[in-house]
Write a protein that binds this ligand. Structure first.
Ligand code: PEP
Ligand code: MN
Length: 341
């Protein structure tokens, strides 16, 4: 349920209303837009008489929210959410960022790759230290030592890092190391204990869509994180599994405008995992920009043929330079058009 208040409502009256709703055992989410104030009510809304609520002076109207996701719902929070990723980098609501780096942290080459992507204009560094591999015999990642290498690169370049967390027991380690953004990968998109655990922190979470996950399932996964108290969720479309075999996944670019319509959370697109082949990454990255993505996540490796994981979809630093030039060109055209409506 949401209560839309008159924009003339005094702060004191809004606070009183919020306390009254909370006294009924419900959670509230207050969103102040330019023209209205919206209070989202989460919990057992049968405890509130909607007619009584609507009869209050400061309340303009009351609406039921039929979707099962509440906190992630744009009806609750009409304005775009802007996530502060640290190091002065904001994502969402007009703040566009490019996250780039290798699939896996492999050692000293991380710094060299990081320097190149930073010089090309990437604003966030990615790299997996804990890798979710389909085979238990495949390389599993450097673990905690890999996090240290990421932190070192982040300090040198003053850019936030994005790295995957797979186990709820690692949340304390990630917080301790000062990881800026925790990534939840496609294989863990419905790992509910993990979603809840990252929800207990305030660390931004880049939440990827499950391989066979619907848009609603992605939003419900975001709801798990937000319902624990962490509002800093970034959604990520990384391709879904379909009958098509020519690409690693099928990039569901519909998801970008659909998610923007349904939710206020920022939406990042990952053309690397979505296509699986270096040659397709640039065109689909540009398409995602044109579709209104708030950011891109791109895998870059200094020697893709030697990469420990996902070499087939990695761009070289030179290819990434070229892509960044074209992203700037596409973004300039979109900006002329006034952006997303
Ligand atoms: C990754 O980002 O390297 C990764 C494993 O992605 P996904 O979870 O989308 O497969
Ligand atoms: Mn990868």
């Amino acid at each position: 349920m949401i209560a839309i208040l008159r924009n003339s409502a005094p702060d004191e009256a809004v606070d009183q209303l919020v306390s009254w709703i909370q006294s009924k055992g419900l959670q509230t989410d207050v969103s102040r837009g330019e023209n209205e104030i919206v209070i989202g009510l989460v919990g057992d809304t049968t405890k509130i008489d909607p007619f009584l609520l609507e009869s209050m002076d400061i309340v303009e109207r009351v609406q039921r929210v039929s979707e099962p996701f509440k906190k992630a719902n744009r009806k609750f929070h009409p304005a775009d959410t802007v996530v502060d990723c640290g190091h002065g980098v904001k994502l969402g609501g007009g703040h566009f960022q490019v996250i780039a780096g290798p699939c896996s942290v492999e050692g000293e080459n991380l710094l060299a790759i990081a320097r190149r992507v930073h010089a090309a204009g990437a604003t966030m560094l990615r790299g997996g230290a804990f890798k979710p591999r389909t085979s238990p015999y495949a390389y599993q990642g450097m673990g905690s030592e890999g996090l240290d290498l990421l932190v070192e690169a982040s300090r040198e370049l003053d850019m936030p890092i994005v790295t995957e967390i797979m186990d709820p027991r690692d949340v304390a380690l990630f917080v301790d190391k000062g990881i800026d953004v925790m990534q939840i990968g496609a294989r863990n998109a419905q790992n509910f204990p993990l979603l809840k655990e990252v929800g207990k922190t305030q660390v931004p979470v880049l939440l990827k869509r499950g391989m066979s996950g619907t848009i609603d399932e992605l939003l419900m996964a975001a709801e798990y994180i937000m319902s624990e108290g962490n509002p800093n969720v970034i959604l990520c479309e990384r391709g879904i599994r379909t009958f098509e075999t020519r690409t690693r996944n099928t990039f569901d670019l519909n998801a970008v405008p659909v998610l923007h319509y349904l939710s206020h959370l920022p939406v990042v697109a990952d053309p690397s995992h979505a296509t699986g082949y270096t040659r397709y990454v640039e065109p689909m990255a540009l398409a995602a920009c044109a579709a209104g993505a708030d950011g891109l996540e791109i895998e870059v490796h200094d020697m893709p043929a030697r990469a420990w994981s996902d070499g087939a979809q990695a761009l070289t630093p030179d290819q990434f330079d070229h892509l960044m030039d074209r992203i700037r060109a596409i973004r300039a055209v979109i900006a002329q058009d006034g952006g997303r409506s």
